[in-house]
Design a protein around this ligand. Sequence first.
Ligand SMILES: [Zn+2]
Length: 378
Amino acid sequence: MEGFVETVEGKTRLLVPELSLTERVPPKVPAFFNPSAKQSRDLSILAYHAFAPRLKERTLADGFTGIGARALRVAVEVPEIEQVFANDANPIAIEAARRSAELNNVLKKCRFSINEVCKFLMNGNDVEERFGIVDLDPFGTPARHVDCVLRAVLDDGLISITATDTAVLCGVYPEVCLRRYYGRPLNNSYGNETALRLLTSLIALTASRLELAIKPVFSHATMHYLRVYARVSVSSSDANDVYSSIGYVMHCFNCGHRLATKEYDGKAKCQICQKKLRVGGQLWIDSLHEKEFIAKMKEYAEDDEKSNKILDAALEEINVPYYFKGDEISSRLKTSPYSISKIVEKLRAVGYKASKTPFNSGAFKTDAMLNQIVDALR
Ligand SMILES: [Zn+2]
């Protein structure tokens, strides 16, 4: 194909637009391929490996497949998945994906289509109306497609959803965030985790409206990529419980104090400095990780250092819906920065819970308040 070259990602040969390998921002024409999303695709291979044995129907649907990078990697690298359905509105991208499938000898496992994403998802496959795994990786927000994804996945199936409208979710456009995700963002040092929690609560609330329940099993924020993996089950009684996992994160923009709460209180004052707190949410305040699932992902990670680092942090993470950056603390202490491991160790030594977090390698989580952290480290 003219303008396309072959590259290898993971164990898969991919035909990609030549310019996508050389330009800083990969072009959308003739087709889109983002080489820097490799980490996100590496993690999805691990997640699908970990989930596949649980599936009744081993099928995967990729709604915005582009040149097929993720779908083809699944076809080649996750042998447990029997059929991959890859769809895109761009016929040139689908042609490249089809040729890449030939290159990898997985054409029989792959079905390609050119359709609007929700039409594709509602079509189902030959045997079933729904798919075992549904992936949605759009440009920008997934908000308008969340219903379709949930309606296209089988009971006890898996969904993986990406958001890249990080400016909206991290607080640059709060009104847009409120209408897309039904919650307010926090434009602060842990905004990416708040963003993931806003995305998760949108998925959970949409699911509950459809008599479904979700359970997040893994999520990560890698650069501008926010990604949530969740198990979906048909259960109106579990759907009734959705609000037990939804709450708010309050932040003091004067002193940096933060806390999570179940109830909305727009007048709440900071316990440390008495200034008014800013409210983030409604958002998901429950765990974003299922440890058993992440341990399974790790079994497949082998010597993949970057993925292992994220998974190790997710495994040890305590269930607190925000984090503290190491340099926030060292600037208060007016010392040279402690390593994150050292901070975690010191907090544990005086009886607080503390851990690393997969959402920021220079940060930690704890149940101690900001002033208590400073006292413990002084
Ligand atoms: Zn304060």
